[in-house]
Design a protein around this ligand. Structure first.
Ligand SMILES: [Cu+2]
Length: 246
C-alpha cells in the first residue's frame, strides 16, 4: 500500500510539473505571439467644415468656450488630409469568443455642453461611466438598434451614471434631450480589437492574435470601409482607409 501511495505521489508530482511547464510555455507564447494592426485614415478631397454651435441658451456652457465650437461630424486630422474620430475594428476572422476584457476605464463626460470624447468605444458588458462636469442638467440618451434604449437625467453635481451594453453594435447615436446640439457615438464590440483615429488620423490595435482579418472603419457621415490584413507574431500589419469627399 505504501509503495502504491509513493508511486501515486510521484506520478502526481511529475504530472503537476509537466502541467506547470505547459502553462508557463503557453503564457509566454501568447505574450510573444500577438501582432499589431496600425494605419491612417486618409481623406481624398476637402473636409467639410463643422457648423457653428449657438450655446447662448446655456450661458454656463457658452462661458467655457471663449472660441465658439463647431459640430464634429467630420473632423480633419493634422495636415488636413486625414480624419480624426474614425472607429477602426476587426469585423471578421477572429477565432473563438473568449477575449480578455480591457482594463482602461471608459468615461463619457459632458463638459461645456459637449460630449468628451466624441467617439466612445468599449466591449460588450464593459463598465461605462457618464459624468456631468457642467453647472447645468443634462439628459443622456443613447439610441441603439440592437441594445436597449435608455435616457437618464443628470443634474449638476449628480454622481456618475453607470452603464453597460450587452450586444455588439457600431455607432449608437447619443443625444441630450435638453441641448439639441450635443452628439456623440458609442460603439460596442464583442472583442477588444478596436481603436479610434487620433488627431493625426492614426490608429493602433494591439495584441492581435496572428491571422487574416477583415478590418473595418466607420465614420458617422462617410460610412464604412473594409480592408484585409494578415497579422504575424511580433509584426505590425498596415491598414489604410481612404474616404473620398468629392
Ligand atoms: Cu445636455
Amino acid at each position: 500500500m505504501r509503495t502504491t501511495h509513493v508511486q501515486y505521489a510521484a506520478k502526481a508530482f511529475v504530472l503537476a510539473g509537466a502541467f506547470a511547464v505547459i502553462t508557463l510555455h503557453s503564457a509566454a507564447t501568447l505574450a510573444a505571439a500577438s501582432g499589431t494592426i496600425s494605419g491612417t485614415i486618409k481623406v481624398d478631397g476637402t473636409v467639410p467644415k463643422g457648423k457653428a454651435i449657438d450655446m447662448s441658451k446655456e450661458p454656463s456652457c457658452a462661458a467655457k468656450h471663449p472660441t465658439p465650437i463647431t459640430t464634429e461630424q467630420v473632423m480633419a486630422g493634422t495636415g488636413g488630409n486625414t480624419l480624426e474620430n474614425v472607429v477602426v475594428y476587426i469585423s471578421a476572422g477572429l477565432q473563438g469568443s473568449n477575449f480578455p476584457m480591457r482594463t482602461e476605464p471608459v468615461t463619457i463626460e459632458q463638459n461645456g455642453c459637449q460630449y468628451k470624447p466624441h467617439m466612445i468605444v468599449l466591449q460588450v458588458n464593459e463598465d461605462m461611466k457618464v459624468v456631468n462636469s457642467d453647472q447645468t442638467s443634462h439628459n443622456i440618451h443613447p439610441m441603439p438598434k440592437q441594445n436597449t434604449e435608455w435616457n437618464k437625467s443628470q443634474p449638476a453635481g449628480a454622481p456618475p451614471i453607470d452603464a453597460k451594453f450587452t450586444t455588439q453594435e457600431v455607432g449608437i447615436p447619443v443625444k441630450c434631450n435638453i441641448h439639441p446640439w450635443m452628439r456623440s457615438y458609442i460603439s460596442v464590440f464583442n472583442h477588444p480589437f478596436f481603436a479610434v483615429s487620433d488627431k493625426d488620423g492614426k490608429f493602433t490595435i494591439k495584441n492581435v492574435p496572428p491571422g487574416t482579418y477583415t478590418v473595418s472603419s466607420w465614420q458617422e457621415t462617410l460610412g464604412t470601409q473594409t480592408t484585409q490584413v494578415t497579422v504575424a507574431a511580433g509584426q505590425t500589419a498596415a491598414a489604410t482607409f481612404t474616404y473620398k469627399t468629392r
